[in-house]
Design a binder for this molecule. Structure first.
Ligand SMILES: Cc1cc2nc3c(=O)[nH]c(=O)nc-3n(C[C@H](O)[C@H](O)[C@H](O)COP(=O)(O)O)c2cc1C
Length: 325
């Protein structure tokens, strides 16, 4: 039986426990001197690493600008991101960066635009590797650009990027060999995606296509819409977390579940029953930077109040769970 404190080895990286910090944009943070990332971000991630998270997935970072060092890839941003990675390593956390491709209508993209996006997707991964991140997670979830590629009902493309699951996953799988050739052998390439309801078979086929292409890890959130289907009796987590358990049964690579996982009992349930390999905590980690240590030591948590209007999307200092944590 797996335990929360068991390490998990992914591509030679020893993740020290099964608790992951989910990627979360810190909307009200400021960068320094015109950069997007800065001291506030550095402190934020160091606190969660100190708090015991085994794996930290840094918030969505737009790939655009990675090729020409603009946008979120300026010198100052790179310096801050490097510092984030270094600090997390000091506390023994594994660290990855989530890579985002905006919110475009993929059915309207020209071949040249797709090529340019892929060049930025690749370059962003190479840069993350150079900065000391153990891997990247491509954001194929939540209705954004990459999500639309893999969604069978949205994607109406008639070229190599539309049609069957292999084609819909190609936006990433095509560049994966180049990423592998230009990063070290332990560099993790992961995908965050959904189950793609109502046809979970569409999501499962894409998950298998990613696995076959050599993706190392899947993080199952939601696709175009959150699932609302009931969970089996006795399953003590949300339908979205259940999506992760469903995908886990279909693939042989590690799977992360996420969504409304709030306490030790739920984490134990998911890990000890082998439903998934890792659990990601979003708002729980915002409310309690020491979330992982508190769960591991069975100590009381400073819990997310579940206020339903998460102030971290607007002004985190208003979070009812406590200011400026
Ligand atoms: C403030 C905030 C920012 C978020 N930003 C991202 C993001 O950058 N990328 C992403 O994939 N999900 C993002 N999410 C979703 C979380 O990663 C997570 O899936 C969601 O909060 C559900 O988990 P939870 O119930 O543990 O909070 C964000 C959520 C919050 C609350």
């Amino acid at each position: 039986m797996a335990k929360i404190t068991d390490e998990l080895v992914i591509r030679g990286n020893h993740i020290k426990n099964r608790i992951v910090m989910a990627p979360m944009v810190t909307f009200s943070f400021q960068g320094d001197d015109g950069s997007y990332y800065g001291k506030q971000h550095i402190e934020h991630y160091a606190k969660r690493a100190k708090g015991g998270a085994g794996l930290i997935i840094v918030q969505a970072t737009s790939v655009f600008g990675a090729v020409d060092s603009t946008g979120m890839w300026s010198k100052a941003d790179i310096a801050a991101l490097k510092q984030i990675a270094t600090n997390c390593h000091e506390y023994g956390a594994t660290i990855m960066m989530q890579l985002h491709c905006g919110n475009m209508d993929i059915n309207e993209l020209s071949a040249a635009e797709i090529h340019s996006m892929q060049m930025n997707m690749k370059q962003a991964a190479l840069r993350a590797c150079e900065m000391g991140f153990e891997g990247v997670e491509y954001h194929f979830a939540h209705g954004f650009t990459l999500c639309k590629f893999i969604d069978a009902s949205y994607n109406r493309r008639t070229d190599q990027y539309g049609g069957d699951a292999l084609n819909r996953a190609r936006i990433l799988t095509k560049i994966l060999p180049e990423i592998r050739n230009n990063t070290h052998k332990n560099f993790i390439v992961s995908v965050r995606m959904g189950e793609y309801l109502p046809e979970s078979k569409d999501g499962i086929e894409v998950a298998k296509a990613f696995e076959k292409a050599g993706i190392d890890l899947l993080h199952i959130s939601f696709g175009m819409q959150p699932p609302t289907n009931p969970v089996p009796e006795g399953f003590i987590c949300s339908p979205m977390a259940y999506s992760g358990c469903k995908i886990k049964k279909e693939v042989n690579i590690p799977v992360i579940a996420v969504n409304e996982i709030r306490n030790e009992e739920q984490i134990r349930f998911l890990i000890e029953n082998d439903y998934v390999d890792l659990v990601a905590i979003g708002r729980g980690m915002l409310a309690d930077p020491e979330f992982a240590n508190h769960v591991i030591n069975s100590e009381p948590l400073n819990t997310c109040s579940g206020c339903k209007k998460c102030f971290w999307f607007t002004d985190h200092t208003l979070c009812p769970a406590g200011n400026n944590r």
